[in-house]
Design a protein around this ligand. Sequence first.
Ligand code: P1T
Length: 409
Amino acid sequence: MPMTIPLTHRRMIVFRGGQKSKVEGQRKKNKHMKFSTKAIHAGQSPDPTTGATIVPIYQTSTFTQSGIGEHRGYEYSRSGNPTRKALEENLSALENGKYGLSFASGLAAEHAILAVLKPGDHVIAMQDMYGGTYRLFEKVFAPNGIRFTYVDAHPASFSDAVRPETRLVWIESPTNPLLQIVDIGSLVDICKSKNLLLVVDNTFATPFFQNPLDLGADLVVHSTTKYLGGHSDVIGGAVITNNEEWYEKIRFLQNAAGGVSSPFDCWLTLRGIKTLAIRMKQHEENAFAVARFLSTHKQVKEVIFPGLPEHPDYDLAKRQMSGFGGMLSFKIYGGFEEANRIMKKFRIYSLAESLGGVESLANYPAVMTHGSIPAEMRQKIGVTDDLIRLSVGIEDAEDLIADLEAALA
Ligand code: P1T
């Protein structure tokens, strides 16, 4: 017997259609706003029921329906939640994308992208990337039949690695922890000619300094735990894209697998984003001051900061980004013992994983963030025992330099 759709369901469909055109209108409005205005306002109109200026934390798992299938656009918070929706619209506006999806962590966001692939599919990724991403690739997806090839930053290395079954190219730029800059435009050309999708992890640059979708990338991924949240008090991740087909696939997985961010975490992230622009300017200014200080220190072998003209990718960074960010790495004379001695002496820098908060953090990649990468591969790419990574915070630069001076003495 053919199934007839009850009236209530039809009403719901009509309602959703209305929502879609409202979202389109909002997108057009966002397009004309400058960065800070978008950061503060995009996706965040006053609350329709109370007029609350700030988007409330809709701390509810479910939404009461007035009839079967008759609801106001929300049924269950894994499928959709108004606080999460505000964040997703905000993130898509910041990256100049059509669609945004928010996840419980950066790795949950990455997982949702990779879960679209099928056994036998091949991914080309950078050798130099966050250790947890490498672990996700090698320990979770490789055993299920996804194939990975790791290459250096040269566009030619990516084109040489393409196989008939290649689906994705996956990069970070700047990379974690060696702050290499990858030529996104060249990779876009390669990907378009070979019908591949380019995924850019934009965590280090943030949408304030770089918009990969504008350069032609297909998917942008973020650990919103970092600069977007900005205060080291929330774990989160996001995917932003203009590609409707991939958006629908990832959105399906967001609901079907359930790696969503909680309403409170979304609210914290929205609150952090409001000050992203001023924080990033200060992070960068302080990183310049710290990089210049370290460049003159006799205990320091090498300073890696893309804003220094001696950085090998300085010209590319200047062309591709509107600023250099707040991350830097440096190499000392000595190995683990010396690095440990220095890092134990810090008074302002916290010896901690993570980055992008207002407070300065120091990390020892070989053991901490990149410990999951095999020692041989780490050695080959330069994540060596003399490497220290700094997330330069927005404290007073003089204090940050004095702390380094005392620790290095
Ligand atoms: O920690 P999580 O929110 O799951 O994000 C993972 C992630 C993804 N991409 C990049 C570039 C990252 O740096 C990270 C997390 N990185 C650290 C914790 C770190 O200290 O480098």
